[in-house]
Ligand binder design. Structure first.
Ligand SMILES: Nc1ncnc2c1ncn2[C@@H]1O[C@H](COP(=O)(O)OP(=O)(O)O)[C@@H](O)[C@H]1O
Ligand SMILES: [Mg+2]
Length: 211
């Protein structure tokens, strides 16, 4: 926002309250923020969890790193500044989706503590649950579903997290999961438990089938 345009922009509030949206969807919006190395299992878990939540009648949506970089963030690279801007935009989108009443699952490496703190600040601390996928680098590298580690080791991908760019582990995640030690089913069940714990005040939640 430039100084010239700033005075021209004013917040225009809506006429629908958060409580009305909660009542309509019978759920408390949350953002489940998955962080971890490439191939740690973020996308696999996020989409499996989304399928499960939809099957339980919950309105949810996955914001996935690669997918977002196809569109909204196609102009961004992997420098520290671009990663920060990537996370800032994602957080703003997650905030809007939470505001609309949705449960949001994000699947971004999001390697920097400061960027994740910024995201929590934007979305609102109370609405975020941080999940650290601490799958060991060696396991991620052996999986290498997209061949990226191989390319990074060969020096063909610059600033690759875990190889040539740092990953800063969360200090107080709400949940830590090593997908080398937990099956996909087990991991999804643990993520569901985090979401369910955030629904305590949602009257209808416990009454729904399959929960
Ligand atoms: N328990 C598990 N949870 C998640 N992924 C697993 C698990 N076991 C094996 N995998 C495999 O690990 C890979 C994880 O890749 P992906 O989900 O794309 O990771 P990310 O999105 O973190 O880069 C996939 O090939 C997936 O099939
Ligand atoms: Mg992914």
């Amino acid at each position: 926002m430039t100084e010239k345009t700033a005075p021209l922009i004013a917040w225009h509030g809506g006429q629908v309250s958060a409580a009305q949206r909660r009542a309509l969807l019978d759920q408390i919006p949350l953002t489940l923020w998955l962080t971890g190395l490439s191939a740690s299992g973020k996308s696999t878990l996020a989409f499996a969890l989304e399928r499960e939540l939809i099957a339980q009648g919950r309105a949810c949506y996955v914001l996935d790193g690669d997918n977002v970089r196809h569109g909204l963030n196609r102009d961004l690279g992997f420098s520290a500044a671009d990663r920060a801007e990537n996370i800032r935009r994602i957080a703003e989108v997650a905030r809007l989706m939470n505001d609309a009443g949705l449960i949001v699952i994000t699947a971004f490496i999001s390697p920097y503590r400061n960027d994740r703190a910024m995201a929590r600040e934007i979305i609102g601390q109370a609405n975020v649950r941080e999940v650290y996928l601490n799958t060991p680098l060696a396991v991620c590298e052996a999986r290498d579903p997209k061949g990226l580690y191989r390319q990074a080791r060969a020096g063909r991908v610059a600033q690759f997290t875990g190889i040539s760019s740092p990953y800063e582990a969360p200090e107080r995640p709400d949940l830590t999961l090593d997908t080398a030690r937990h099956s996909l089913e087990d991991a999804v069940a643990q993520l569901l438990a985090v979401i369910h714990a955030g629904q305590e005040r949602s009257v209808g939640w416990a009454a729904k089938p399959n929960v």
